[in-house]
Design a protein around this ligand. Structure first.
Ligand SMILES: [Zn+2]
Length: 317
């Protein structure tokens, strides 16, 4: 066994031991080695010597349906991956010096929906962006007048956010606060212990508080694994991005996500369709217009997608 890896024996969501292997390949064998080289080289580098004798294993939990990577990088290798293999300077360029109007417009929509949902002055809303990256979402929530905090494991990212005036707190400091809303966007798929992390955040949520969990949608992942096209672009029907080796260590579908939050004492809360339509921001192309009109129905009426809002169940503290 490789010293830079940890083996997960139970499902990291529901703790079941009834899991079955659905995919397995050494990190140093084709096609995973080529995928890793192609994925990390443009972002910085990859040091394959840290991956010898480790295997990319995907297991599916028989109880909750979560698909998870069984061997995951330990703290040392995680630090290397996120702070060295992904070069902070290149990542900064990619995230902040690129044309990101679409992202900014979408986060404005998300912030407005939240303010409208709570129906109070924005300045009265205390918000946490968990896994804030370079702080872009926090900047938007602050621009609308919300009292916004951020948590980020990467030093370079949190230092930058601090220098731009974001209130950055540590993971352990979360429980010193009481938030109305916690945003987690593309975060839970990366977390070694998603259930425990969710329970930790729950302690800092006000009784009527809401948490948003948005993760890549891993529906049909077994079909995509059979096709095994590691070059399929993100968002395309055959994309394997939801199980991206080393990083997307938890692959949720809507059902497994709801199961995890239910076990942690949460229930789903729907943002009213009218509210989603009222604050839609990007009407720039026919495709975006259609998306703005259809997505709220897809989400609320057809119960699809893995971008969801939750509140504490009534019988929970
Ligand atoms: Zn499970």
């Amino acid at each position: 066994m490789n010293q830079y890896f940890i083996t997960r024996k139970n499902c990291p969501s529901c703790k079941s031991t009834k899991n079955r292997v659905i995919y397995s390949c050494s990190f140093l064998s084709s096609p995973i080695k080529e995928f890793l080289a192609g994925f990390y080289s443009p972002q910085g580098k990859i040091e394959f010597e840290y991956l010898s004798n480790a295997t990319f294993i995907l297991e599916e939990c028989n109880d909750c349906g979560l698909v998870f990577q069984k061997e995951i990088p330990n703290e040392f290798l995680t630090g290397k991956l996120y702070e060295e293999w992904i070069d902070p300077e290149k990542n900064f360029e990619r995230n902040l010096n690129s044309n990101d109007l679409f992202y900014r417009s979408k986060s404005a929509q998300e912030v407005m929906i939240i303010i409208a949902f709570f129906n109070v002055a924005a300045s009265r809303l205390k918000i946490l962006d968990f896994g804030m990256g370079w702080g872009k979402w926090c900047f938007m929530a602050s621009a609308f007048g919300c009292n916004c905090y951020g948590v980020e494991l990467s030093n370079s990212k949190s230092e930058y956010a601090k220098s731009r005036g974001i209130k950055v707190i540590t993971y352990n400091e979360i429980s010193d606060h009481n938030f109305d809303f916690i945003n987690t966007d593309q975060v839970f798929e990366h977390i070694p212990e998603p259930f425990e992390t969710l329970c930790h955040m729950k302690k800092s949520l006000k009784p009527k508080g809401v948490i948003r969990i948005s993760v890549p949608d891993g529906r049909n992942i077994e079909r995509r694994l059979k096709i095994e096209d590691w070059t399929a672009p993100i968002g395309s029907p055959n994309s394997l991005n939801p199980v991206s080796p080393l990083e997307h260590i938890n692959c949720f579908n809507r059902e497994s996500l709801i199961k995890m939050v239910w076990l942690a004492g949460f229930e789903i809360v729907q943002m009213p369709i009218l509210l989603q339509l009222s604050y839609a921001t990007n009407w720039s192309t026919p495709k975006n217009i259609l998306k703005n009109l259809i997505y709220p129905v897809y989400r609320n009426i057809f119960s699809k997608g893995t971008d969801l809002y939750f509140r504490k169940k009534k019988d929970h503290k």
